[in-house]
Design a protein around this ligand. Sequence first.
Ligand code: S3P
Length: 433
Amino acid sequence: MHIENQERVIRPARNVCGTLRLPGDKSISHRYGMLAGFAQGTSRFTNFSTGEDCASTLACMEALGAEVRRLEDGTLEVTGVGGRVKPAGVPLDCGNSGSTMRMMAGLLAAQEGSFTLVGDASLSRRPMERIRKPLELMGARLTLTEGHAPLHLEGGALKAINYTTPVPSAQVKTCVLLAGLQTAGTTTVREAVRTRDHSELALRAFGARLTRTVDSVSIAGSQVLHAIDAIVPGDISSAAFFLCAAALFPGSELMLDSIGLNPTRATLLDVLTALGVHISVLNLEEKNSELVGTVQVSAPQEGLGSTAIGGALAAQLIDELPVLAAIGPYTNGGIRIRDARELRVKESDRIALVVKNLRAMGAEVIEFEDGVDVPGGQTLHGAMIDSGGDHRIAMAFSVAALRAEGETLIHGAESAAISFPEFFDLLDLVSER
Ligand code: S3P
């Protein structure tokens, strides 16, 4: 059940220490849930994401005929429809989840029947033209409302295409691949900036054949997916809040077990290292083609340096930019972010909210259309934070609040549950006061 308008008080901390194991990666869980619901047989997952977004994906797959069971030991069992969904008869509710809507559209475009995808107010403001374009090139019939959800699809046989994504987006790439999986011929997606490749790895794990080059991925049509058993790695984008919290306190000691370290997702570790944070990765292993390891961090005595993020890095770090901006004032040299215009069309306008909330805490910050400049060496005070109902804004400013003077009140704190319901409890657990 979604509770609205919860507030959360965050008091300053003296240090951040401890060992945590985090719930499963949201991006991987979406893909495992969707592919398992579509495949033949029963898949079993441990450490599946506990977030509301992945629950939206599972609920949509159930409405399309998949069976979803949560066992007492926490295992998630999904029995798939064997490649043919049943028309839902009711609109499929994607909640707050752009991944659900965009990826599901590709899966359903090649299925017989009519499908309507709806979302909450935030999702209904987000751009959907980016999936209409390639799906129409494949021959799909898709109706949007002024470029937004509700999205209506008349599914049916499609034709293979060769498509270059105009904006770096793993969701758009996946949308085309899932349509291509069911389409005669070979569908190719080319991208200028390599985005997260969980779909490619997950499709292979479910038995599909894909070929990849440096900047493209091709999938042959008419392939059957087979159920898998998998452990979902801990979510590195959730870990980001704890890594950044630990980065703020010289003498911190934080260990995060079994975190997903897929190279298309782990750029944050390089950025934190460049800022001077001591990071070690232990027990690195591969599970269902995804890299998993334990991450150990401690902050430098001399404080954090400075960094500039732009170009391909901005796309690879897109979900971590709000928390990096939020810790910017506490660095010695500041954080500069550019080429991140996509932040304006996430669950909220994340650039606008980062600027508004940093200023509320007394920070100096300069706003750009595609980023921010956050000077370093600043002292912040507690404030009322407007999360805008955006999980990553609520969590980013809870981290900034740990080093502020006085208490901070996070409005819309419940939004953290979109990706990370356990966030506030775990933050309490590792914050020393
Ligand atoms: C995601 C891709 C990214 C990211 C989102 C999850 C995914 O979105 O911001 O949180 O799981 O594929 P875009 O594809 O819009 O860049």
